[in-house]
Design a protein around this ligand. Structure first.
Ligand code: MN
Length: 722
């Protein structure tokens, strides 16, 4: 083995130290919850991000083999059921399947720990960039901070199985390779830059934004300061080839051909021709299209018109339920990037100073810019600024240390300052005890269902539960974390919040209509594209197919004996107890007149867990009381007669007993005391009669329509009989 230089040895040592530190910090959560049964399934912790179950489903299907759907035309479609929305053709699913296949660990372990190890790789480009600036200590300090800084930790902690685990690592490697390319002018960095773009784009298709910004900066730098240098044009050409609008393996081949060509001595006079060819191919293949589409979206926002045909239904949008992003306080923003406002301000100053001393660091501006977009675009963007600002403060620390008289003091000062900037982030990690998405009991129920339902069956559940339901029960769903527009949620909300008979009919209608529309789109791809056909929502399609022009009339007709479509598969209902907290939100989506867009009056629904028995009254909080003597519900100054008082309780065989007292037939308010859950529900008749309350809370399913499959306090699953 050749002897490594001292610098190389130090580099490797620093990488090892920073990487281990990053991994260890991420094991704090594991230590805190070690052996905590509600978070464990199949002997391993479950993940704590909903979207993670999406990638997990794809990876699971890839590993299951090609027998699932052997006749499918598309290669990837052989691995899953048609229209089950499994993301088999995505990078995250592919990489996960690969790791799960080669590593001797369970699939659950692989998805739980992948973010721990992959996100910690961010220390490598950080230290290598510092190496280029001949300041390895700065690299180590920046790597320690960046790897555990608040927002980066939140989005890459153990169990945060999402694309974020490489979303900073890959652009940092890209930054590393362009910095080294420009500083060393070595051919190898032409290739590395192009390959990094290929991998980054494969992993995260929206990466074009950062890639294009880097390209623009290099072009700007070249034209202004280094116009005569042919190497820069080669780099730009290579980037263009990697960013074209062609499939990745085609781009890979072209990149290699371009690299070999540009390396040739005889080709040096044709560099500009190659660059021109790159530009041409980039535009012709639609490389610029995603950027153009985005720009168009911003600039010509209000020109985009709504479809002219159809019933022009008005749906409630999910955005209306998500709390307004609004203004993010400076402190939150600063904490997210650096761990504390002081560190943030010093880091920002440090980055300015670092860029002044080493102009090359200006190439990191797109990452800083994207991070600062958080103030308008949402907190998830802050992670992009984390490593660059970490460079800023790390540079100041090393500059300060260089002023120290002795080398001992130098090391000591670096140590003290580093620990000081790490501490707020460490404290955040210790306090950040996020739960898993599902509890072990919920997952056990889904696991049972997996052995009952087939892969073509549908499980109806609110969209929040879509990905985990599909992952654990291996079924289809109507909605999930990526499919939950107002038109998708309308029938779902209708099913969960309306009475059993119409809910049952809507369930059958929506599932069959969903599959029908999928099949129609498959069979008429060309026609749809040529004629630019609009694909209408399931509810609109039902309305017209039943001969109505007004959706309200169609919905009314559900109360009559309408003829339902042919049953092609089974349908199950997933009703978790925790959904009780979001029931009013669920209701919003179907509590709307689709023809006019007018929202209906909010139902009365109140969940009380902090109630107090005051003798003659029960205080539910928020000015809501039950007057035990009169049986009235007191809302502020209003006294409203109570219709029913219902008490539910489990016996020792875990069988639910429901004790119902009808008090006043003319009343509209009901109280349900769920004794084992320590929960009171105060709700109007509409909510009381909803499928969710009747099936989940009271277990009063109409036996002509539903059959209980699994009943436990956490989750209840029913099967549709019609
Ligand atoms: Mn499937």
């Amino acid at each position: 083995m050749s002897k490594l230089s001292k610098e190389t040895k130090t580099t490797l040592l620093y990488i090892l130290v920073a990487f281990s530190f990053s991994v260890l910090m991420r094991l704090i959560w594991v230590y805190q919850f070690y052996g905590y049964e509600p978070f464990i399934f199949h002997g391993q912790f479950m993940i704590n991000t909903n979207d993670g179950y999406f990638w997990a489903e794809g990876a699971r299907d890839l590993l299951s083999g090609t027998t699932t759907n052997p006749d499918a035309k598309d290669f990837f479609d052989r691995f899953h059921q048609l229209h089950d929305l499994s993301p088999v053709a995505t990078a995250a699913a592919e990489l996960t399947a690969f790791f799960a296949y080669i590593l001797p660990f369970s699939f659950e372990s692989v998805i739980f720990y992948m973010p721990v190890f992959l996100s910690s790789l961010v220390v490598v480009p950080i230290i290598l960039i510092a190496k280029s600036l001949k300041n390895l200590e700065m690299g180590l300090i920046a790597a320690l901070l960046a790897s555990i800084a608040w927002s980066y930790y939140n989005r890459t902690m153990a169990g945060y199985f999402d694309t974020d685990m490489l979303n900073i690592v890959l652009p940092m490697f890209l930054l590393w390779s362009i910095i080294w390319a420009i500083r060393t002018k070595q051919d190898i960095y032409l290739l590395l830059t192009a390959l990094d773009i290929l991998v980054y784009r494969w992993w995260y298709p929206q990466s074009y934004a950062l890639e294009t910004s880097f390209f623009g900066l290099i072009l700007f730098y070249t034209l202004l300061f280094d116009r005569e240098n042919k190497y820069n044009y080669k780099l730009l050409a290579m980037m263009l080839f990697a960013m074209m609008g062609l499939p990745e393996y085609v781009r890979l081949v072209i990149v290699f051909i371009a690299y070999v060509t540009l390396k040739k001595e005889s080709m040096q006079q044709y560099v500009y021709h190659v660059l021109a060819l790159g530009l041409l191919m980039y535009f012709v293949t639609g490389g610029f299209t995603p950027i153009w589409v985005k720009l168009k979206g911003y600039v010509f926002k209000d020109v985009i018109s709504v479809g002219e045909e159809g019933l022009k239904l008005h749906f409630f949008t999910v955005m209306q339920t998500i709390r307004e992003a609004g203004h993010i306080p400076f402190e939150t923003f600063a904490n997210r990037i650096s761990g504390s406002p002081i560190t943030f301000v010093i880091s920002l100053t440090g980055y300015a100073y670092l860029s002044y001393r080493h102009k090359i660091m200006l190439l990191a501006l797109p990452l800083v810019g994207l991070g600062f977009l958080a103030s308008v675009g949402g907190l998830r963007f802050t992670i992009y600024a984390v490593p660059i600002l970490a460079f800023g403060i790390a540079f100041l620390i090393t500059e300060l240390a260089s002023l120290m008289p002795t080398s001992k003091l130098k090391v000591l000062s670096m140590l003290v300052f580093t620990l000081a900037i790490l501490y707020p982030n460490y404290k955040h990690i210790v306090a950040y005890k996020v739960p898993t998405v599902f509890s072990a009991n919920e997952v056990k129920t889904l696991d049972t269902l997996k052995h009952i339902a087939t892969r073509e069956d549908y499980v109806i559940g609110w969209w929040d539960y879509g990905y985990p339901i599909r992952y654990y029960a291996d079924v289809k769903t109507l909605a999930d974390g990526g499919k939950h527009s107002g038109s998708v949620n309308f029938p779902l909300s209708y099913i969960l919040t309306k009475p059993q008979d119409v809910a049952a009919k809507m369930a059958r209608l929506d599932v069959e209509q969903t599959e029908k529309i999928f099949a129609f789109v498959d069979a008429n791809k060309k026609l749809i594209e040529d004629k630019n056909l609009t694909i209408f929502s399931t509810i609109e399609q039902m309305t017209t197919e039943y001969g109505f022009k007004d959706t309200n009339d169609f919905l009314l007709s559900l109360q009559t004996d309408i003829k339902l479509p042919k049953k092609t598969r089974d349908i199950y209902f997933y009703l978790p107890f925790k959904m009780i907290n979001i029931l009013p939100t669920v209701d919003l989506f179907s509590n709307i007149n689709l023809m006019s867009g007018k929202q209906g009056a909010k139902p009365f629904f109140f969940v009380s867990r902090n109630f107090k028995d005051m003798g003659d009254k029960i205080n539910f909080g928020r000015g809501l009381y039950l007057d035990k003597k009169t049986g009235n519900v007191i809302i502020g100054h209003q006294h409203v007669p109570l219709k029913r008082f219902v008490k539910t309780a489990y016996d020792k065989h875990m069988k639910l007993h429901v004790d119902e007292k009808l008090l006043n037939i003319t009343g509209n308010l009901n109280i349900i005391y769920m004794s084992n859950y320590n929960t009171f529900l105060i709700l109007d008749d509409a909510m009381y009669n909803s499928l969710y309350i009747q099936l989940m809370v009271l277990e009063k399913a109409d036996s002509k329509l539903f059959e209980a499959v699994e009943l436990n306090p956490n989750v209840k699953i029913y099967k549709l009989k019609i």
